[in-house]
Ligand binder design. Structure first.
Ligand SMILES: CC(C)(COP(=O)(O)OP(=O)(O)OC[C@H]1O[C@@H](n2cnc3c(N)ncnc32)[C@H](O)[C@@H]1OP(=O)(O)O)[C@@H](O)C(=O)NCCC(=O)NCCS
Length: 214
């Protein structure tokens, strides 16, 4: 069991290790989870079409100022193609609220060179060059929670479980994340997950901070 103050995660038992990435739109339930307030969730590896559509919908939500300000998701999932994003070797997980069948949070991983900025900050040339770089075992992690489930203390238990699951499939992966330095929630969560800031890999001119899991 993975546990945090507000979320307990109970993994299903599998024979062998799940191989990632899964096929596009394949989604495998991998754990039950329960919040301290008694709400029940399922953790899935991979998003099916319905889950991917929910993420697209959330990403286009202009009322979610935090999401719009701190992420490229409008471009990535809202206007962009989930299929194209997935084809970069991304491995998403989702926390599904059992009663409403809604995606409450996602977390994803994938090979990406240390410190490479997110799409929002890349020029067309940088984006093309980035596709050719060997990732040297660096894998990035990103996470989102969605209202009304944001700020409920679910994320540490959920994301820690996703990290553990991903690292079983990629035991040599070195994990890193990049955030807007004003994004205290993301940085606070990363610190709790064991990602201290890495100043030498940051982009101070653009207020970005890179954090590497130790
Ligand atoms: C960042 C985000 C994923 C955090 O999710 P959340 O639902 O708010 O997180 P939780 O309530 O589960 O809290 C997670 C942990 O981070 C800590 N935390 C949350 N906000 C914090 C803050 N402002 N400062 C320091 N720590 C903070 C919490 O104390 C908690 O730790 P705990 O479990 O030990 O108590 C979520 O706010 C989000 O998606 N925001 C909008 C988009 C975004 O910025 N995404 C990340 C872009 S990289």
């Amino acid at each position: 069991m993975t546990t945090s103050d507000d979320m307990d995660v109970y993994p299903y038992s599998f024979e062998g290790t799940l191989q990632f990435p899964l096929a596009l739109f394949e989604s495998v339930p991998i754990a039950d989870a329960q919040s301290k307030s008694g709400e029940r969730f399922v953790v899935v590896a991979g998003l099916d079409r319905h889950m991917a559509e929910q993420v697209k919908h959330y990403s286009l939500d202009e009322n979610d100022a935090d999401l719009q300000e701190n992420t490229s998701d409008k471009k990535r999932f809202g206007e962009g193609s989930y299929e194209e994003w997935y084809s970069k070797g991304r491995t998403p997980f989702a926390l599904i609220h059992e009663e409403s069948d809604s995606v409450t949070a996602i977390c994803w991983f994938g090979p990406k060179p240390l410190g490479q900025k997110s799409m929002k900050y890349l020029s067309d040339e940088e984006r093309e060059a980035g596709k050719k770089i060997d990732a040297e075992n660096w894998h990035t992690i990103s996470y989102r929670s969605y209202n009304p489930f944001r700020g409920k203390g679910h994320m540490r238990g959920f994301v820690q479980f996703c990290i553990d699951t991903y690292l079983k499939a990629y035991p040599d992966a070195k994990l890193w994340a990049i955030f807007n330095s004003k994004n205290e929630g993301s940085i606070g969560l990363a610190q709790k997950l064991g990602f201290p800031p890495r100043p030498d890999a940051s982009h101070p001119e653009e207020h970005l901070v890179t954090m590497v899991r130790e």
